[in-house]
Structure formats: C-alpha cells, structure tokens
Design a protein around this ligand. Structure first.
Ligand SMILES: *Cc1c(COP(=O)(O)O)cnc(C)c1O
Length: 371
C-alpha cells in the first residue's frame, strides 16, 4: 500500500490504439511515448500500444528510445529532438530512426553510421508552418539533396518524410490546409530528387489530425494523447477513448477542527463551521499544480470535494464536513469518471491548461501500477 499511486489500465491503451486504427484505416500507427509515456510509464505503454496495433513508437529524445531498447522493445522507434552532443552512434547502432531537419545533422548522422557500420534510417523533417523543428521551405531542397548524397554513399537511408501541425486541434483553422499544401510541395520536391517510393513513410498527423483529418493520414499517423484516452479536441467530446490513468491517494490524517480554522499555508481557506479535514499526501512536487489551490476537485467518501487551501509540496487538505473519513481511505483525484470522480479533462479545464500537462507532470514519487 503506497501513499499514492497512478493506476494505468493497459487494456484502455490497447483499445484506444485499436480505435485510432479504425479512424486511420490503411495507415501505420506510431504511438508517441515521449515524456514517460505522457506520464503513464513509457515501456509498459509502448508494449501495450504495440499489442493494440501500433507498429512503431516515437520519442522526443534519443535517450528515451535507448531506454525502450534496454527494456527489450525491438519495434522501430523514431526520435526527433536531437541537440548537439546526443549519442548518435548508440542510436544508429541500436537501430533507432532519427529525424533530421538540417544538412549538418544529416552529415553528423551519416558520420555516426560510418563509425557504426550500419546505415542510419533518417526521417527528413519539413517545417510546413509550425516554425519549430524541420527545414523551412527555402531550405528543404538543400536538405533533400544532402540526404540523397549520403544515401548514395550508403551511410543513410531516407526512411521517412514528415512534418507536424500547429493547429490540428482547432477545427477549421486555415493553417491546417496551408500546412497540408506545404507538405505536399515538400513531398513532391523530395520525390523528384529520388527520395520517394513506397518504402518512404510520409507522416504528419498527431492525435487531433488522426481523428479529424483523413487527408492528413498519409502512410502513418503519430498519435500521443489519444492513446492514453484523453481527447485531442475536448470541445468535440471524448471520441469514445478511455482514459487510462486513475490517480489515487490514501488519506494520511483525518481530524476534527473548530469553526474559523485557517487551513494550509497562507490560510487561503477558513472553515465555516466545525468540520473534518483530510490530509491527502500528494503535492506540487508530485504534479498537483499549486494553481489547484481552492480550485480542483477530488472524489472522497463518494462525493466531490474541492481542495481546501494551498496545495503544498507534498500534501493538500480536503474538507469533508461531517461525513465519515478515516486514515487510509482512498481519494481519487482523477480517472475515467465512472465512479463520479473528476477526469483529467476536468482538472485541465479548472486549471486553465491541457490534459497533456496534467498527466505528464505526475512526478517520480508516484508509482505507476499496471492493470
Ligand atoms: C508529441 C508529438 C506528437 C503527439 O501529439 P499528440 O497531440 O499528443 O497526439 C506527434 N508528433 C510530434 C512531433 C510530437 O512532438
């Protein structure tokens, strides 16, 4: 029995991947497991995703991909944030596919491949309008040419052509169409240069585009959030996805206090009558945002309770009035909502953020328990 734990239902992840597959028939699925599987646990969720029909996994950093390899995952993995000094030799040696958006990085990857004796599989990234990673349209032809030269030399193999949306979660946003046009232009240039063919995987769709934009599916979709059962476009509902994580804690202390008791740092909550307070052993060090002070709700004793006063580093307080509450009682912070508890979406809405931030912030002190 731990003070708090994040219960992760791996069958929900398998089901969500299968559902994503129904939305993108004919496309491969790369499930994004960066940031410890969006806080759900990278290796376990990666394996569940592969069981559910994904054929590939995606990570931000090479070290995440190497962690998956160390955990025994043999499926293709793509990593896309590659600052200077990353372990390229190890990545190439372990068959991790790498994104490149500059000729210089193509060269570095080719050099690593030369040292390793294995051709590196590279996905060329086009910046089609996010202005984050990838080659801008003006720089794209030079990137393609460099990659083709290295491919001719035998050090790299162009395995993919890809990009990422800025506003796929905003239905009807004009940038979506503009990015698709820019992506098609980039693909045409690459194909003309010889970086085409059925073995080159074209991909641009995140969760929102997988659900809403069939014209963005190309050869593969790249969902993250939806895999974990969280809606990529909350204003359009839950899409039948099942939230995989339930965050629970056990009451560490329950006690009666008199009317007028100031609760937690700053006394931002004051009891209006004699009441029972419960201490919940999770705080901002565990990802319970301090902004949840007097705001977010939890389920305790079968009813919703608002957090009473400041969220501290390791704990916060709830006020249950005259309801029974005892040490060891389970409190649900969020889950799939089936027991009346809040969902991660409700937490995100009440805190003015997105569910990505709610789940990825759950800290390392909270064990992930799989079901
Ligand atoms: C995080 C990420 C994704 C997944 O995005 P979701 O909105 O969570 O589906 C896909 N592609 C890239 C490049 C990413 O960084």
């Amino acid at each position: 029995m731990t003070p708090a734990e994040a219960r992760v239902d791996l069958s929900a992840i398998r089901d969500n991947v299968a559902l994503l597959g129904e939305h993108a028939p004919g496309a491969e699925i790369m499930v994004v497991v960066k940031a410890d599987g969006y806080g759900h646990g990278m290796a376990a969720c990666g394996r569940a995703a592969l069981e559910g029909g994904a054929t590939r996994l995606g990570t931000a950093y090479i070290r995440e991909a190497l962690e998956l390899r160390a955990a025994g995952v043999t499926a293709p993995i793509l990593s896309w944030i590659i600052p200077p000094g990353e372990p390229l030799d190890e990545a190439v040696g372990q068959g991790v596919e790498l994104s490149a958006g500059t000729p210089a990085l193509v060269d570095e990857i080719a050099a690593a491949a030369g040292r390793t004796g294995v051709a590196a599989r590279v996905h060329l990234k086009a910046d089609t309008g996010l202005a984050r990673g990838g080659a801008a349209p003006a720089d794209w032809p030079a990137l393609v040419d460099r990659a083709m030269a290295r491919q001719f030399e035998g050090t790299i193999e162009v395995a993919g052509l890809w990009s990422h949306f800025a506003c796929a979660d905003i239905p009807g946003h004009p940038s979506v169409h503009a990015q698709l046009t820019a992506f098609d232009d980039a693909l045409a240039i690459a194909e003309k240069a010889g970086a085409g063919g059925s073995h080159v995987i074209r991909h641009i769709a995140n969760s929102a585009a997988t659900m809403l934009l069939p014209q963005a599916h190309y050869d593969m979709v790249r969902p993250g959030l939806a895999t974990y059962g969280l809606s990529p476009v909350p204003e359009l509902g839950g899409f039948g996805l099942r939230p995989a994580m339930t965050l629970v804690a056990r009451i560490a202390l329950a006690k009666r206090v008199p009317v007028g008791s100031g609760v937690s740092y700053g006394h931002l909550y004051v009891t209006e009558r004699e009441t029972t307070l419960g201490l919940v052993p999770l705080g901002y060090a565990d990802g319970i945002l301090r902004h949840a002070t007097n705001r977010a709700e939890v389920l305790a004793g079968g009813r919703r309770r608002r957090i009473a006063g400041r969220v501290c580093m390791d704990q916060f307080v709830i006020d249950v009035g005259d309801d029974p509450l005892a040490e060891g009682d389970e409190v649900i912070l969020f889950g799939d909502g089936s027991r009346g508890e809040p969902t991660a979406q409700e937490w995100a809405d009440s805190l003015g953020t997105i569910t990505h931030e709610i789940v990825t912030r759950i800290g390392s002190r909270v064990p992930r328990v799989y079901r």
